[in-house]
Design a protein around this ligand. Structure first.
Ligand SMILES: [Zn+2]
Length: 394
């Protein structure tokens, strides 16, 4: 899986030579296209890149380009055996001259198959799958047994079956009228012990970094007991809960129930964030709207979350010396005066800057107000220009 750390590392990477290769493979549904056609498409993309590299090699940058050629050959060799699992897409970042070759599986929701050779890795396509990258753990539990499921990329896999067997309630419990209450309390204690055991296991898994989001499956009457035991770390990753029977639930049922909850949760979270940013921007607070403002905030390290739509297109230039990105297409850098070069995809530059700033990436889909705001906005941690002593004190 692509961790936040890995993303940041990839975003920080750059080379003076054009040899950072980003390859995105989006499988098509079998009806659309045969596996063979997919392999042909990949080969075409690789060969086109090889021709461009070859031209460069003849012109000047021999060594770096030779390494890129070797990476491209390796991709070419992979084309035929890229796995036929249509539920997964593949992403590869490579830079042979720096010894980098990293492969990741991601949900099959990329916009297209593409291959880019550049100075930096091209990370924008990941925006399409950013909502599905976090890992979810589902804890399905009753009073004595819990089944834990790892839900990721539209698959659910049981990873643990935890049983805290209750002692039998036999004749020794006596009359219901007299000892029944005792048996009932005993039963509650056992259930509580089981819940504590479960929560302990979840905390261990949480500390091991095995999941980002937590979902419970249990009966209504158990929920308050579980909630009362939740450690703050677990509460932070808690998305919600549904009801399914522990004994009979299938992995598919678990996945469906969890995904429905997750979709609702993500949509609610994004809407909340978007309203907050638009509101903050309106009253000149911790919100930035539009490419120019967002770029400035990113370069000042102010951004906490970058909100990006799919339809953002804007011209921009980047300084080869200091890396300053500008929406004005000037031949000289505003900051250091060195020559600039055009960047084709400003969204890609924004995503890279956001990741290098450890900012959260949020994809906004189908929101008219956001479209009108220019398809890009940011929630700021602070505003450098407002850090006056009076402000800080307040
Ligand atoms: Zn510069």
């Amino acid at each position: 899986m692509i961790t936040r750390d890995a993303l940041r590392r990839l975003a920080e990477f750059q080379t003076d030579d054009q040899c950072a290769i980003s390859f995105y493979f989006q499988p098509t549904t079998p009806v659309d296209r045969s596996h063979r056609d997919e392999a042909i498409l990949i080969k075409d993309l690789v060969r086109a890149a090889q021709q461009r590299e070859g031209k460069q090699q003849r012109e000047n940058k021999k060594n770096a380009s030779a390494a890129a050629q070797a990476d491209l050959d390796r991709l070419l060799a992979m084309a035929d055996r890229l796995d036929g699992n249509h539920s997964r897409a593949k992403v590869i970042f490579a830079c042979g001259s720096q010894g980098i070759w990293e492969e990741f599986d991601v949900p099959a929701e990329l916009e297209r198959t593409e291959l880019i050779v550049n100075r930096r890795f091209h990370l924008r396509p990941l925006l399409a799958v950013v909502d599905d990258l976090p890992r979810t753990l589902v804890a399905l539990t009753d009073r004595k047994r819990a089944r834990l499921f790892d839900v990721w990329m539209h698959e659910a896999r049981q990873v643990e079956d935890l049983s805290d067997e209750l002692p039998r309630r036999g004749r020794s419990d006596g009359f219901a009228g007299y000892d029944g209450g005792h048996a009932e309390r005993h039963f509650d204690n056992e259930a509580l012990r089981h819940i504590k055991h479960l929560v302990e296991r979840l905390l261990e898994r949480n500390k091991a970094g095995e999941f980002d989001r937590l979902v419970f499956g249990c009966r209504d009457e158990m929920w308050s007991d579980i909630e009362a035991q939740l450690h703050p770390y677990l509460r932070q990753s808690l998305v919600g809960r549904f009801t399914l029977e522990v004994a009979t639930a299938t992995p598919d049922q678990v996945r469906e129930a969890a995904e429905a909850l997750l979709a609702e949760h993500v949509a609610g979270y994004q809407q909340g964030l978007l309203r907050e940013v638009l509101g903050e921007a309106q009253r000149n607070g911790r919100g930035a709207i539009g490419v120019r403002r967002v770029l400035e905030s990113l370069e000042r390290g102010e951004v906490q979350a970058l909100l990006l739509g799919d339809n953002l297109r804007a011209a921009a230039t980047e300084c080869a010396a200091c890396g300053h990105v500008d929406t004005r297409t000037t031949p000289q850098c505003d900051v250091c005066g060195k020559p600039t070069r055009e960047i084709e995809d400003v969204a890609d530059a924004l995503v890279g800057l956001a990741l290098r700033n450890a900012a959260e990436l949020v994809r906004v889909k189908d929101d008219a107000e956001f479209e009108r705001a220019g398809n890009v906005a940011a929630l700021l941690r602070f505003r450098a220009d407002q850090n006056t002593p009076a402000k800080v004190a307040s």
